[in-house]
Ligand binder design. Structure first.
Ligand code: TRP
Ligand code: SF4
Length: 332
């Protein structure tokens, strides 16, 4: 019996290279070894964006098309939409009953979210009941499939700690049933944004998986290089080249990296030329992914079918778990 993995993403729009290199590539690897459940967390998106839902459906499709393009395989993994598995909401009720208020109040992830909200105006600055329940809902996602591992970024670990606390409490109260899910941290190097800060869609410094080659090339031309370099035959310092050379190290072969480095140091390589080449390199790496994404964009009915089948499959497992939970909690 394979161990189970659950992970999700809030559908906030098209994914960028940070998601691809930092999260999805890892998921793709896990698919062969584990029984994987990957989902679009549309309820979690509602916790903060309940007043702006016009793009939510399209965002959900976009996220899942990006996954499929990157190699998440519906034959291997269960791909679904959170809100299409209503069993999660019922589990959320039981878990909410056994979660002390102060466990969610001291959740550092939630504190950060609350800080961002407070800077907004009017109704949008409120912390709603649903947002308070964020870690409980996340626990429901994870426990719904009795997960053993949850691949997440370091920023989500505090949530998983709450999940483990809730799991222990459930098992103590009603009998040993749930596994204590462990976070699975991904140690791959993070790709920075074009401006050298963390890559993020709201920072306007990202390259999307679904960007065209032209857009990618234009964006790469804005990447920060060695700031001390004025003319193209000045000797450069790859180690001070804040973004472009870092991208080379991610996308280039060892040989290519060596050539870039040597030519840069000797002043034989202008930054513009260097970045044009880099863009070609990135574009050729992404070409098969983009081709696959284009296929899904043109066949969205297939994507919808994958989501519906996946959600159906997820529900079968969720119903099994839920009937045991109902039994343990002594529901009628
Ligand atoms: N909170 C996660 C994020 O913002 C998304 C998420 C929701 C999740 N439920 C989950 C991740 C369950 C892992 C497991 O990235
Ligand atoms: Fe960076 Fe390339 Fe310019 Fe060197 S030549 S500073 S590696 S962009």
């Amino acid at each position: 019996m394979k161990q189970t993995i659950v992970s999700g993403m809030r559908p906030t729009g098209k994914l960028h290279l940070g998601h691809y290199l930092g999260v999805i590539q890892n998921w793709v690897q896990l698919q062969d070894k584990y029984d994987c459940y990957f989902f679009a967390a549309d309820w979690h998106a509602l916790t903060t964006k309940y007043d702006k839902t016009e793009d939510l459906r399209q965002n959900t499709l976009d996220v899942i098309m990006d996954w499929l393009a990157c190699g998440i395989d519906p034959e291997k993994s269960t791909i679904y939409v959170q809100s299409l598995v209503p069993e999660i909401a019922e589990l959320n009720i039981y878990l909410g009953m056994i979660t002390p208020q102060n466990w969610v109040e001291r959740d550092p992830c939630l504190k950060d979210m609350a800080k961002i909200l407070k800077s907004k105006e009017g109704q949008a600055s409120q912390i709603n009941f649903g947002l308070m329940g964020y870690p409980v809902l996340m626990s429901s996602d994870i426990m719904m499939f009795n997960a053993d591992y949850v691949p997440v970024g370091i920023d989500q670990v505090a949530h998983i700690e709450i999940t483990r606390d809730i799991t222990r409490r459930f098992n103590n109260l009603y009998g040993e049933f749930f596994h204590e899910a462990k976070p699975l941290l991904n140690h791959c190097s993070l790709i920075c944004g074009l401006d050298g800060n963390k890559m993020g869609k709201s920072f306007n410094n990202d390259i999307k998986i679904s960007d065209t080659e032209e857009v990618t090339a234009k964006k790469i031309m804005t990447a920060i290089t060695d700031r001390s370099r004025l003319r193209k035959d000045d000797p450069g310092h790859p180690d001070d080249c804040e973004v472009a050379f870092k991208y080379w190290k991610i996308f280039g072969s060892e040989e290519e990296i060596k050539i870039v480095q040597d030519e840069c140091i000797k002043g034989q390589r202008g930054c513009a030329q260097c970045k044009r080449q880099l863009a070609e390199k990135i574009n050729s790496t992404l070409a098969p992914i983009r081709q696959k994404r284009k296929y899904y964009e043109e066949h969205q009915d297939e994507v919808i079918k994958i989501i519906e089948d996946g959600s159906q499959r997820a529900r079968l497992k969720a119903k099994e778990v839920l009937s045991q939970v109902r039994n343990l909690v002594k529901m009628y």
